[in-house]
Ligand binder design. Structure first.
Ligand SMILES: O=P(O)(O)OC[C@H]1O[C@H](OP(=O)(O)OP(=O)(O)O)[C@H](O)[C@@H]1O
Ligand SMILES: Nc1ncnc2[nH]cnc12
Length: 170
């Protein structure tokens, strides 16, 4: 399957100079979406994963079906101000802009094995922040998985020592 055929590239969104990779043209095709999730599942299947953590919002689109296919739980990492319980929070920079992420303090028990899933790895700010939050709760980050990696932004260098799987690289 050539998954790139299903990614729509939108120039100058959300700001000039950004080539936005739109995954909705992949996820609106049921068999292609299912095949992409299954390919990621196979790539991480040896990791004995207890939980999949996905950052809001597009991390939910990949992380939740992946968690079900692995028989693991799903932990939402949300933008600040959205989670109702007690949280830990951290700020970070993006390819465009700045944001703050939060996780429920009781979402992960010390020692649980957590895979991070998202649609896209760009500068690595989101994933590095997500790793930081999971570790603050005592979770063990056993790897990360993405539909898309923007190799030219070298997000991998921000998360040295963590396995990265990406289905497509630009
Ligand atoms: O590697 P980085 O430079 O951190 O960028 C990658 C992140 O940016 C996008 O999310 P965004 O914050 O735009 O939010 P969204 O999922 O709500 O669209 C994308 O879904 C990743 O989570
Ligand atoms: N170029 C890009 N396309 C889609 N989502 C992104 N998130 C950060 N950079 C992005």
């Amino acid at each position: 399957m050539n998954y790139k055929d299903y990614i729509r590239i939108i120039p100058d969104f959300p700001q000039p100079g950004i080539k936005f990779k739109d995954i909705t043209t992949l996820t609106n095709n049921g068999p292609v979406y299912a095949s992409a999730i299954e390919a990621i599942r196979q790539a991480v299947s040896d990791k004995q994963i207890d939980l999949v953590a996905g950052p809001e919002a597009r991390g939910f689109i990949i992380g939740a079906p992946l968690a079900i296919s692995l028989g693991a739980g799903f932990v939402p990492i949300r933008k600040s101000g959205k989670l109702p319980g007690e949280v830990v929070e951290a700020s970070y920079d993006l390819e465009y802009g700045k944001d703050k992420l939060a996780i429920h303090k009781d979402a992960i028990k010390p020692g649980q094995r957590v895979l991070i899933a998202d649609d896209l790895l760009a500068t690595g700010g989101t994933i590095a922040t997500t790793i930081n939050l999971i570790r603050q709760l005592g979770g063990e980050v056993v790897g990360s998985a993405f539909l898309i990696e923007l190799g030219y932004l070298d997000g991998r260098s921000k998360i040295d020592g963590i396995d990265v799987f990406s289905l497509m690289t630009y």
